[in-house]
Design a protein around this ligand. Structure first.
Ligand code: SF4
Length: 425
């Protein structure tokens, strides 16, 4: 199926969005554990899944060799799948032994997978039961990282959405507060906290670094998403009475300024104070981007649907580095969450929601872009056909948000081009 509808019907040169459905080539939501376990330092992620799930986690996050691991897989064996064993009893035993052995774990996520969904293990009930057994020593929460009809950044969305109902309640009389939502590298979080202080706003962050420091939320909370793929989390926070600040995303100098400005406007910060607070960061970002512009200007780029970061990245590359995003696919297009981004995307960009990997490969081969952003499974075949590629998942493992990372973000796109030009010499 492939159809196109105008996104801005009344605008001249309206951006069309094509809808595609077909085979997909993406990681599942378990991949989110790789960055989430680093962020929440006293949490543990217990995947209830198969050996395949365990292998995915081990190969994606092999970096944990020297640390006490903060994730594991409770492997469903054949007798579990055949319904011979009582899975609930086994799971209770695994969790009890784990918490006994590891007093450092304060927040335990039971993470669902394809096998646990197929055999219908009710992890919501299991989390409720285990929570009653182990609170207040540890809290148990469940979410699904299954690969059935999901993509890899949805794992973070599901995780944060699962936390939202149990966040502490902000008193009704509290002054308006700002909540930044989305897992950011600690260094980026510290930079944003400092910039917000300069602007005059005391920002809090979800997720917090520790289970007992999760932010309070209520009708006086205004939240701003740091990642565009957090639709369920936004809905869950709105159910708690919080209101979303609509904004572009903090990628690149322009995106960071627009994002900070949206928050500042929501708190009626005077323009002069805002400008003074962001001026040094802006200047640093502009300077660092100038280094990469000459190399990237005029280059064409093709995005396969993967991380849901595709649209903000295409906006950044087009507007700040003069690249030409010729084909931008995203697994899901949350039009409300991306309204500010879509308004900035060049209208000649082909925009697709959904995945039909064969068609997308055909278009990519025909266009022969200078750079292709795709999953690991597509990168090797495309490289062997002479196309330079960038792994989409790297953009989640690397700190890329904010003024001080703008140059690093641009550099991520120059590296494959530099490597290819060296190979061609
Ligand atoms: S959750 Fe599903 S897609 Fe992900 S590793 Fe396990 S079996 Fe594979």
């Amino acid at each position: 199926m492939n159809e196109a509808v105008p996104l801005r019907p009344s605008a001249p040169g309206a951006l069309l969005v094509h809808h595609e459905r077909g085979q997909r080539e993406v990681f599942c939501g378990l991949a989110g554990i790789v960055w989430l376990h680093r962020k929440i330092q006293d949490a543990f992620f217990l995947v209830v899944g198969s050996r395949t799930c365990a292998h995915l986690l081990q190969s994606a996050a092999g970096v944990m060799i020297f640390a006490e691991p903060r994730f594991a897989t409770a492997i469903l064996e054949e007798r579990d799948l055949a319904g011979i064993a009582d899975i609930n009893d086994e799971l209770d035993g695994v969790v009890s032994r784990l918490l006994e052995r590891r007093p450092d774990i304060k927040l335990l996520f039971l993470v669902g997978s394809c096998p646990s969904e197929v055999i219908k293990i009710d992890l919501v009930r299991a989390a409720y039961r285990l929570n009653r057994a182990h609170a207040p020593r540890a809290r148990v929460v469940s979410y699904s990282g299954s690969g059935i009809e999901t993509t890899f950044t949805e794992g973070e969305d599901a995780c944060l959405a699962a936390l939202a109902p149990d966040l502490p309640a902000e008193p009704a009389t509290a002054a308006p507060s700002l909540l930044v939502v989305g897992a950011l590298a600690d260094v980026v979080e510290d930079q944003f906290a400092a910039t917000f202080r300069e602007i005059g706003i005391d920002a809090r962050f979800l997720p917090a670094r520790r289970a007992d420091a999760m932010p309070a939320v209520g009708p006086n909370t205004k939240f701003i998403l740091a990642q565009p793929f957090l639709a369920e989390t936004a809905r869950a926070l709105e159910l708690r009475g919080a209101r979303r600040i609509s904004a572009a995303y903090p990628l690149g100098c322009e995106g960071t300024t627009l994002w900070l400005k949206a928050a500042a406007d929501a708190f009626d910060v005077p323009a002069a104070r805002f400008d003074a607070a962001v001026a040094p960061g802006r200047a640093r970002a502009e300077k660092s981007l100038a280094r990469y512009k000459a190399q990237l200007s005029g280059k064409t780029i093709f995005f396969f649907p993967d991380s849901q970061l595709e649209i903000p990245l295409a906006r950044f590359l087009a507007r700040e580095l003069d690249m030409q995003p010729i084909d931008v696919s995203t697994p899901y297009l949350h039009q409300q969450l991306l309204a500010e981004e879509l308004a900035l995307l060049p209208t000649e960009t082909r925009l697709n929601e959904g995945s039909d990997v064969d068609r997308q490969l055909d278009r990519c081969r025909a266009a022969r872009p200078d750079l292709t952003v795709c999953g690991l499974g597509l990168a090797n075949p495309l490289e062997s056909e002479g196309l330079a590629t960038k792994w989409a998942i790297e953009l989640l493992f690397t700190p890329i948000q904010g003024y001080d990372q703008a140059g690093d973000l641009a550099e991520l796109f120059t590296r494959p081009l530099t490597r290819r030009s060296r190979l061609e010499v």
